[in-house]
Design a protein around this ligand. Structure first.
Ligand code: HPA
Length: 263
């Protein structure tokens, strides 16, 4: 079955409430098996994948990012909208608000970030000038509602987790130009680009980051803020899916054109 669009739900987004006629499929990839739900929205087939599992049982450093992205590719997915819960380093990006991230800084430690592992698999130095698809980001921005605060850009610092950061780390990330901190966008965004898929992330600010917030951080706080504002995320995602088509005006599908061409 060919499915053009996918949603990857992060923390707090485990059910594709926006889709009807849901069915579950299990996809085999050479990296592992992935459970995906497929449903309909506005006549379109849409795949939904819960990044941490349906019951948030997979921590960020153990997510099988390659299997997830490969499974979507095998279904024919061309455009992926991901959600992410994030802490904020930027006073202007307040809890409850959304940010359409446009850059990342990678502070992960041991994650495999590529499908191109050399030898017969080839080598690829994929371009990350615009890591999140600018065309897809444009459609998302145009699909927002006047009463929902969606910042049009922001730099996401990806940490290894699963622990939260220290205030000293947050101070450093801020000096580097980071706006937000989270644990999952890398390598997901990189792998999607390697396979030529358009990918964008709508981040939900759930808390001010460690040391900016006067209180110790808890996962409970993250989940509660997500729950209070998840409807805004759903509304934007639904409108975006309605407005999306499969025409590619961007460079994403050509991103792996150089793979293996280094001889
Ligand atoms: N740090 C890292 N990841 C997060 C945070 C945070 O403060 N909030 C939500 N996800």
């Amino acid at each position: 079955m060919q499915v053009d669009f996918a949603v990857i739900g992060g923390t707090g987004v485990y059910n594709p409430k926006m889709l009807s006629n849901l069915k579950e499929v299990s996809l085999e990839t050479s990296y592992g098996t992935v459970g995906i739900k497929i449903g309909k929205l506005d006549g379109k087939d849409v795949a939904f994948l819960a990044r941490h599992g349906a019951k948030h049982s997979v921590p960020p450093h153990k997510i099988n990012y390659r299997a997830n992205i490969m499974a979507l590719k095998k279904m024919g997915v061309k455009k992926v909208i991901a959600t992410a819960a994030v802490g904020s380093l930027n006073e202007e990006m307040a809890p409850g608000q959304l940010v359409l991230i446009d850059q990342f800084i990678d502070f992960t430690k041991g994650r495999i970030q590529t499908f191109y592992e050399g030898e017969e698999k080839g080598v690829l130095h994929v371009d990350m000038t615009a890591p999140y698809c600018s065309q897809l980001r444009k459609v998302i921005l145009e699909s927002c509602f006047p009463d929902i605060k969606l910042h049009s850009k922001g730099t996401y610092v990806c940490t290894e987790g699963p622990r939260f950061e220290t205030p000293a780390e947050i101070k450093m990330f801020k000096m580097w130009g980071g706006d937000l901190v989270g644990m999952t966008s890398v390598p997901e965004v990189v792998l999607a680009r390697e396979l030529g898929m358009c990918y964008a992330t709508i981040a939900m600010v759930t808390n001010y980051a460690a040391g900016i917030s006067p209180n110790p951080l808890t996962h409970q706080e993250v989940v509660e803020t997500m729950a209070q504002n998840t409807q805004n995320l759903q509304k934007i995602i639904m409108k975006t899916l309605e407005n999306l088509d499969t025409k590619q005006q961007c460079l994403c599908p050509a991103a792996n054109g150089e793979a293996g061409n280094f001889a």
